[in-house]
Design a protein around this ligand. Structure first.
Ligand SMILES: [Zn+2]
Length: 186
C-alpha cells in the first residue's frame, strides 16, 4: 500500500470528509484510475455529458483495504438520476478491476453550474443546449446574453422560465428563429 494521508481512516463518511471533494482528478495513480473509471459514467438526463463534465464527480480515492471511494454531488437535491449514476459508477469501477466500491453522496457545498467543465460546456452546445453564461459564485450574478447553440447569435429571448426540466429555460433565437434549451446558471 502506498503512503497517502487520506487513507488513514477506513470509515466512509470521514474518508469522504478527508478527501475534501474538489472535483479535481487525483494525482496518485490508483486514485486516478478510480477517478477515470467513474469519469466514464454519463449523465442519464444529458447522455453526451459525463458526470466529470458536469462536475458531479467530486473525488475518488482508494483506502488501505483496497476499497475505492467515489464522492458525488447531485446537480440538485432529490435528483432521481443519482441512483442510476451510483449504480453506473459501481459497474464502471468493477469493470476497471475495483472489487469493492463505495459511492458517497455529498450535498454540501451544493452543486453549481460553475463546476461544469469547459469540455462539458462545449458538448452541451453541440447537443443543442446553450451552456450557462456567467458564474453563480461572487457578489454579483452577472447577466450575460445567451448565445444560440445553432447559429451563435446573441440576439435571443427567453420564452419560458422553465423548459423541459427545472434547470433549463426555453429560449428562442431571433436570428435563426430556432427555439432551444438554455442551461441556467445555478
Ligand atoms: Zn440561432
Amino acid at each position: 500500500m502506498g503512503p497517502s494521508a487520506h487513507t488513514s481512516t477506513g470509515d466512509t463518511a470521514s474518508l469522504a470528509q478527508a478527501l475534501r471533494p474538489s472535483g479535481i482528478r487525483p494525482s496518485e495513480p490508483r486514485d486516478a484510475a478510480a477517478w477515470d473509471a467513474a469519469a466514464t459514467v454519463a449523465d442519464p438526463e444529458i447522455p453526451v455529458l459525463s458526470i466529470e463534465d458536469l462536475g458531479i464527480l467530486r473525488a475518488a480515492a482508494c483506502d488501505q483495504r483496497g476499497v475505492a471511494h467515489v464522492v458525488i454531488t447531485p446537480t440538485y437535491s432529490g435528483c432521481p438520476a443519482m441512483e442510476t449514476i451510483t449504480e453506473d459508477i459501481r459497474t464502471a469501477l468493477s469493470d476497471a478491476g475495483f472489487s469493492q466500491v463505495e459511492v458517497v453522496t455529498v450535498l454540501s457545498p451544493a452543486w453549481t453550474t460553475d463546476w461544469m467543465s469547459e469540455t462539458g460546456r462545449a458538448k452541451l452546445r453541440e447537443y443543442g443546449i446553450a451552456p450557462p453564461t456567467g458564474r453563480a459564485a461572487g457578489p454579483v450574478r452577472v447577466g450575460l446574453s445567451v448565445k444560440c447553440p445553432r447559429c451563435g447569435s446573441l440576439n435571443t429571448k427567453e420564452m419560458t422560465r422553465f423548459g423541459s426540466t427545472s434547470c433549463k429555460a426555453l429560449y428562442q433565437c431571433r436570428s435563426c428563429l430556432e427555439p432551444f434549451d438554455y442551461f441556467k446558471v445555478l
